[in-house]
Design a protein around this ligand. Sequence first.
Ligand code: NAD
Length: 963
Amino acid sequence: MCLAEGLLRIPDDETADRLIADKIASGNWSAHAGASHSTWVNASTWGLMLTGKLIEPPKLAREETTSWVQGLSRRISAPVLRSAFRQAMRIIGGEFVVGRTIQEALDRSAKTSELSLCSFDMLGEGARTWADAERYRKSYEQALDAIGSQRKGTPIDERSNLSVKLSALEPKYDLMHEGLVMQRLAPIVGDLARRAARFDVGFTIDAEEADRLDLSLNVFEALARDKQTQSWQGLGIVIQAYGKRAPYVIEWVAALARETGRRICVRLVKGAYWDAEIKRAQERGLSSFPVFTRKVSTDISYLANTERLFKHRDVIYPMFATHNAHTIAAVLELRPPGAKFEFQRLHGMGALLHAEAQRQIDGFPRVRAYAPVGQHEELLSYLVRRLLENGANSSFVNRFMNESVPVDTVVEDPIAALQAADSMTNPHIPLPNNLYGASRENSSGVDWGNPQQLAEQIASLQKSGELPHAAPSTLVGKIESTPHEVRNPANLSELVGYVSAASKEDIALAFDKAGQARKAWDDAGATHRAACLVGAADKLRAHRAELVRLLVKEAGKTLPDAIAEVREAEDFCRYYAAQAREHFAEPTVLPGPTGEDNKLSLRGRGVFACISPWNFPLAIFLGQVTAALVAGNSVVAKPAESTPLVAALAVRLLHEAGVPRDVLHFVPAAGKMFGEVALKHPALGGVCFTGSTSTAQFINRALAARDGAIVPLIAETGGINAMIVDSSALLEQVADDVLTSAFTSAGQRCSALRLLFVQDDVADRLIELIAGGMNELHIGDPSLPSTDVGPVINQSAASKLEDYSKKVTQKGVKMLKQCDLNQVRTEGSYFAPRMLELNNARELTSEEFGPILHVVRFKRENLQSDVLAAIREAGYGLTLGVHTRIESVWQEIVAEAAVGNIYINRNMIGAVVGVQPFGGEGLSGTGPKAGGPHYLFRFATERTLTVNTVATGGNARLLSLGS
Ligand code: NAD
């Protein structure tokens, strides 16, 4: 239903705040209850009564567990501790999980009055593989069969029911894979819903992250339109009050219910992943948060949406999930006479409160427990979430159980609390755009869960106007009469543009002119140069569609990779501008004896040759160039042979932003020829190089052979990057991070994971998860949003990788998994991602620049000898990943590792400018780190100026000090 498109855009902060403010000011939210602001007074009083009359809270399971473990630890020994923890898990598990199997859960429900009505939830992480998804599907089927066989004939609202997590049934559950989701997942959920309908059991679709909301609504709409289940009253959906779109979703659900002629159940929750939503929005550079930033705003939103649900009570059956006494009381105040609804609570939480409410209040509605079912190994992340939730200062449950918090504070009216605050939004949570404070603006990103933004990105890939033609910016010689064609590596039949290569004369002339122009540029001052960079950043933003198109078509980047690269380029410009303003604009005044002024200033070194690779043809290219420029140098920039078009556009934007043409020269040329001229040119003041270690070594030797001034070389090179996984790691998360780190960008990132060390105890399961994840990789044309892995840069790169793979497998290296290329629909330079198993890490001696993952098993006791020593011996030091839930393990690894960028419990790619300055050591580079606070200094020379201020006769300053 197209309602979703029009209505479900995330409102900007102002609109969202207005929604809340309106509720506060007008009182119209409570129209149905015929109440006004006094409703809140009533709600608070009711809440007070409920809370105040509560009986002594029982001991928390946590306390019980702690004393149990403490008792045992006096007789400490490893087996005893293990058994203690097992016992602790059992106790805590019992508190939050109803049973290990659905049968166990139903048996417990039959025996326990507070669990007599449940919504069962099959615990577990979202599916990573199709096998996982199948397992979940079967467990949902079994659960429905088991629930359906009980209390037959009872009205549906009085029976236990099932909650279903769509991401558990589909490993590719995101909007980028919408086609697949609708084709593969929707029929499966449809079958489950029909099964539930046959048993007349309720079936509620759980909420997912905000960026999956549109997708979930599409799937839900398909379920609602199923004629076979139209008369069934059990179809339900969860709506999160912390989401700014909640009221729009309710309206949409109500409209859908009316249109399809069915009742829809809506569970209103506050929302469980607030912290993750805030972080994701900041990382993605979104324009605002999809959720409210204050807890009280969510509380108010909950109540406003309560009223909205009641308004649609003819088609919606509301299910209010809350453990907050004030919210319960307010819902009761707001209920229109005769409205049907229920309360829900999580098993392990809120039981006392609801029991007391049922005891005190006549006609209190039924209460259903959301009841997780699962094995202990699936319990941990759920438990951590619950404990965090209970422990948060803003949590009602936490404050309620804390005896030092007075009762009237516990049931504080959220409207009063918000009115007392200085601002509607939380000032401690910066908007994504303001993440870096006043010094620089953050780059803006794309919300990949927003259908409109996704459609805009796809549309931006359409060709516009003439094909671009990259040519040297200083043209002597002739432009070749037949310039080279640049073709799309994903689709060789597609011509993307043309390039005319620079001749030796072009290169030499570029250096001559740059040499002449450099002093005026240096003298122009850092403030002026920084302004040019900020102007360039704005232009990058304005030309994003064009840049993205070239990155996809010329370099084979996927859409998310291309957007991330434009963002990185923009960040480099703004970051180096800010650094230059801070350190280069004014000299540093140094301390010294009276009668003398001492100042240190930073100046450009001359002409920098900037030589970049094809794998980040915009970000690395521009990062090098802008750093050199802003430090006061002129630049001759050489793009990689495969990617001149996007680099040419970047240079054009810098020129348009005010960098003089003679200060920045663009020279597309073959590397060897460029080196022959550039490295010998007398105007050369320094080289900034990113590429392979062997080319860096060649350049280093060539520079050493020069006569005259010794110039610096800044080199960022390759690596054999490792990830170490121990047996405590959360394997689902490891599998995600391995797939991202090894195969994103077709493995053509210098930071990409090449060598995975996995502790042998968990190796089989992890390999199974990774292989299952590889099965789900979509390989093909990166201009399709569903593509996960595009081509490698050209045919020769693909052949090199094939040769390597053939050679090592012939020598006995085991092929654990190779992806299928049959899915590829275009003729391009594709290489099937693969996973190989080595017996010994030392078998891998070179950086294989593509989607090849090597796996090595290790024994915990050999971490030092088989893992850390092997990494050290290889001599590289670019990136390292570690996955462990034991802090001392990663600390031991970090202490030993000579590696530039280390990532703990996350993926190891995608360093962010100014946040994770990037660059390696050893064979991986000279430093300093790109996008870091020390980078610009290497492009500068230092000059001190000492002025004897008393040369004219006396020290006036000293004499005027007085006594
Ligand atoms: P490459 O070394 O072949 O080429 C890099 C650049 O050097 C190209 O522009 C090339 O034309 C130029 N070049 C080649 N020979 C030259 C010579 N004799 N004189 C002057 N210039 C010459 O590397 P590539 O294949 O383009 O890039 C992939 C490599 O880059 C990988 O090893 C990867 O790890 C590395 N890389 C490192 C980083 C980092 O930040 N550490 C980032 C990206 C890529």
